[in-house]
Each structure stands twice: as C-alpha cells, then as structure tokens.
Ligand binder design. Structure first.
Ligand code: SAM
Length: 368
C-alpha cells in the first residue's frame, strides 16, 4: 500500500501522528470488522455476540474475530445489526455527554447515507424524539431509506434535500450531525483503491464544501443547540481548521469531551482524533459545538397535512400490526404509514417543507 507522500508530509504537524506506526498499520493488511446490534429488534443478539470483544465506547458495538459473509445472513437483512466501522461509533459518547437523551429532541443527520450514524442515533434517542435522516444524492437516499426500513423505526423521517433547503427550518433542531463528505484518507486501510482519488487539491475542495454545508445548515439549529461535526479524513484542513473556522465565524463554542485514557483517542484542541495505530478502528475526527445565538423557534404550521386512516381502515390494519395508543396511522405516499402520534405535527411540517422519501413505518396498502 503506497500512501501519498504529500499526505504523509502534511500529517507531520497533526496531533498524535506517529509516522512509523501509521505506515506499519497500513502495510500490515490487518482488517478490523465491527458491528452494532439493534437493541429494539433483537436483544438476543447481544447474547449471541457476548463472547466477542466489546467496543468500549458503544454499548451495542462488537468487534468480530473474522469477517463473515454478511450477505448470506438473514439477520443482517432483517436489520438485527449494522456493520459499522468502530471509531465512528464514538458518536454515542458525544451524544451522551452533550445532549439530554431522556428528553424529546429533534435531531438532524444531514449527510446520512448509507445510514450508519442514523441507525445508531435512532437507538440512542427516545420514542418521542424525532430523527430527520437526510441524504442529498438520490441513489444514496434510496440506500439510506432501505437501511432505515430494515432498522424499523417509527420516529425517523428520511429526506432527500440539499443542505440549503434546511434554511426553511430556522431554529428547529436541538442537534445537528454533519458527518461531512471528505477526502476519505481515514479509510485507506479498508479501501486502498481510495488512495488513487486522493490529492491535495481534493482536500482543499472538500474543505470548501464542508464550510458551505455548515453555513447552509447552521440556521436550522436552535440557540443552545448542539452541532456535531465529523469526517473520516486525517487532513487538518477538513478537521481542526474547520473547527477553528466555525468558532471564529459564528456564535458557537467548542465543547470539551471526556475521554477514557485507556481508549487511546487523541485529544486535539477540543476535538478527537482516531489513529488506526492507536485505536482498534479506522481514521476518524469528531468535534462538538454549542450554538450561542438564535431566537426561540416559531410556531410551525404545516401547509399540507397527511390524512388519518379511517376507523374501518384501522380495524383492518389491526389484523396485521400491533396498534398501540402511541401510534397514528396516516395515508402516506403509497399506503398506510404508522408514526408516533406525538410526532405527527412535525411529520406534516417536514412534509410541507422538504422532499420526504419515507417516514415512520409503512404498514401496507389498503386496496378496495
Ligand atoms: N453518515 C453516513 C454514515 O454514517 O453512514 C456517512 C456519510 S458520508 C461520510 C457523507 C455523505 O455526504 C455521503 O452520503 C454523500 O453523498 C453526502 N454528500 C455529498 N455531497 C454533499 C453535499 N454537498 N451536501 C451534503 N451531503 C453531501
């Protein structure tokens, strides 16, 4: 594996960079396989993987000793677990340390496909909280939607919008996660072919795009709301420089995180760097901020409302679904959808302002 010389030179000043160890871990050919179990769907899997090594920063995360053929496993297709890179599961610690997850919150995962972080967030928030899982690229939005469907969540709305469309939702979210598109150097060990696409010029382009995305989405965050920014790039231009630019340009503060020393995560200013020669995982960067400006959210009015399914229709649906008092059944794009009743106003509001591609759980279609 021939790592780009310009990358290695640029990393010399990066916090925690150990060139020899870094080269060695890339040359070793060692691969780390990790999964995250879906706690609502299959508690029993926690028992199945009990003998596997736990990922210390993610409650339902496990390292597997070898990589099985996931495509032959029905439990994989049933959304009982998600195959996810271990470092990126650190998002759990960031959320637990900075957000009161026992309260109902609105959270946006802006760059969400294929859905690793969204399915993780969904397992951490409560049922009265709402996750908007967004992906701008249409083909990737379909993959995201499929993964959300497999995970099985009645409090997620999947959208297919450009970050600037979220300007219509001023002061709306309590938390925004921007897992930004990046130059991808952190995944070179897993995907060596990505090395061919790396260039200093691309790092600059990615950095500019990351700034544009953040500028576009920041108005949608409430005052005192939490912004989580992450990349799988080692380049400072996409990591610490972006964090510094954010605090310099906007009314936001960088929040410091508590990290267990034994995890070997490198603190860099108030951010966290994951080096594959130090942690059992790939390259990753994450930082968290609190917005200190903004006004109170206005009353939201939906322009179009989804119609509720008739009593007769619900009687029919009851034959196939467990209908609890918490659920509303509405006529969605192509059938009957179940959604948490506390969230129906928000679903209507989002559906009036964004391109919603899925929400809640599709229960089926009523015909004749
Ligand atoms: N969060 C995802 C997960 O955990 O599975 C991975 C996200 S990936 C690092 C970045 C995503 O940003 C990609 O799905 C990509 O399509 C999307 N993206 C690309 N250009 C974008 C843009 N200009 N604005 C917003 N998202 C963009």
């Amino acid at each position: 594996m021939q790592l780009p010389a310009a990358l290695l030179t640029s990393l010399e000043s990066a916090n925690g960079f150990d060139k020899d160890a870094f080269l060695k871990v890339h040359e070793s050919g060692e691969q780390v396989t990790s999964i995250r179990v879906n706690p609502t769907k299959f508690e029993i899997l926690n028992l199945k993987f009990k003998s596997e090594e736990k990922i210390p920063w993610a409650r339902n995360g496990f390292y597997l000793q070898e990589r099985p053929s996931f495509t032959f496993d029905p439990l994989f297709h049933a959304g009982c677990y998600y195959v996810q890179e271990a470092s990126s599961m650190f998002l759990e610690q960031v959320l637990k340390q900075t957000v009161d997850l026992s309260k109902p919150i609105k959270i946006l995962d802006l760059c969400a496909a294929p859905g690793g972080k969204s399915t993780h967030i969904q397992s951490l928030i409560n049922q009265e909280s709402l996750l908007v899982s967004n992906e701008v690229i249409k083909s990737r939005n379909n993959i995201l939607k499929d993964n959300i469907i497999k995970w099985g969540c009645e409090n997620v709305v999947v959208t297919n919008n450009d970050p600037k469309d979220f300007a219509r939702l001023e002061n709306y979210f309590d938390v925004i996660v921007v897992d930004a598109p990046c130059s991808g150097s952190g995944l070179f060990r897993k995907e060596p072919e990505a090395i061919n696409h790396w260039s200093e010029n691309n790092v600059q382009l990615c950095s500019q795009r990351q700034q544009r995305i953040l500028v576009d989405v920041l108005p949608a965050l409430k005052k005192d709301g939490v912004l989580i920014y992450s990349t799988c790039s080692y380049s400072k231009e996409e990591d610490e420089d972006i964090a510094e630019w954010l605090t310099g340009e906007f009314q936001i503060e960088n929040i410091k995180l508590q990290i267990d020393e034994s995890w070997n995560i490198v603190k860099s200013s108030n951010s966290c760097r994951f080096w594959p020669d130090k942690v059992k995982g790939e390259g990753f960067f994450i930082a968290v901020f609190k917005k200190t400006e903004g006004s109170d959210p206005e009353k939201r009015r939906a322009i179009k409302n989804l119609t509720e399914v008739s009593k007769k229709g619900i009687e029919f649906v009851k034959q196939f679904c467990i209908v609890t008092d918490e659920l509303s059944f509405v006529n969605g794009f192509d059938g009957v959808y179940a959604v948490n009743k506390y969230l129906l106003n928000d679903v209507n509001f989002l559906n009036s302002n964004l391109r919603v591609s899925y929400f809640g759980v599709k229960a089926g279609e009523l015909m004749r």
